[in-house]
Ligand binder design. Structure first.
Ligand code: AP5
Ligand code: MG
Length: 190
């Protein structure tokens, strides 16, 4: 199965994708994690990626697609994967479609995690004190939310038109959110 998680920063994409890994036995592919991995390397590309991540703006589409394509070639992705934070622009969605067509695969389900702005801020400010992510500060969180509205939210209509989109109430407890997701995944599999 290939499932895409869409939602603003703090919506719970990572939290829920990690839970779903055990249920489906397919890997979690977070472009945020992959890019943070690139950022930690000692290279010119790493510095370039760091500038985007630290400012809360999107890394270039073709670079992200190249990193994703490389990850998809691994054997553990043969049966599918959980896309967390990818695609994030219409161009990335088109690049992903082209890649999946070439490899004879399809997207099975797109899950939108819906959470109020106030709650997103609360969660990210709380996480900042625990995980120390460089982009979890008030200014960058604002930028990330704006980027989501302008560049990522159009994907909801894009996938809705294809009948792939399911909206999940992300404001429940993590276990309740997971239970809603599980319901959609099982419905999709049957
Ligand atoms: P990325 O790492 O994807 O970050 P993000 O989208 O900003 O989202 P977060 O990881 O902050 O939130 P999440 O939805 O995963 O929520 P989480 O489960 O952690 O991207 C970072 C950067 O990388 C981007 O800004 C960009 O620069 C770059 N990038 C990434 N992908 C890219 C792409 N495709 N193209 C270009 N650039 C890209 O939960 C948040 C907190 O809330 C946690 O503390 C959690 O414990 C808590 N929580 C979760 N669920 C609940 C719940 N139900 N109730 C209470 N608390 C909860
Ligand atoms: Mg995340």
């Amino acid at each position: 199965m290939r499932i895409i998680f869409i939602g603003p920063p703090g919506a719970g994409k990572g939290t829920q994708a990690k839970k779903l890994v055990d249920l489906l036995g397919i890997p979690h592919l977070s472009t945020g994690d992959l890019l943070r991995g690139v950022k930690d390397q000692d290279s010119a590309v790493a510095k370039w990626v760091a500038r985007h991540l630290d400012a809360g703006v999107l890394a270039p589409d073709h670079l992200v697609m190249r990193i994703v394509a490389q990850r998809l070639e691994s054997r553990d992705c043969a049966k599918g994967c959980l896309f967390d934070g990818f695609p994030r622009t219409l161009i990335q969605a088109q690049l992903l479609d082209e890649h999946l067509q070439r490899t004879n695969h399809t997207i099975d389900l797109v899950l939108e995690l819906d959470v109020d702005r106030r709650l997103l801020l609360e969660r990210l400010v709380k996480r900042a004190s625990i995980e120390h992510r460089v982009d979890d500060n008030e200014r960058t969180i604002k930028a990330r939310l704006q980027v989501y509205d302008a560049q990522t939210s159009p994907l909801l209509e894009f996938y809705n038109k294809r009948g792939l989109l399911k909206k999940i109430d992300g404001m429940q407890s993590p276990d309740e959110v997971f239970s809603s997701i599980r319901h959609e995944v099982l419905a999709c599999q049957s």
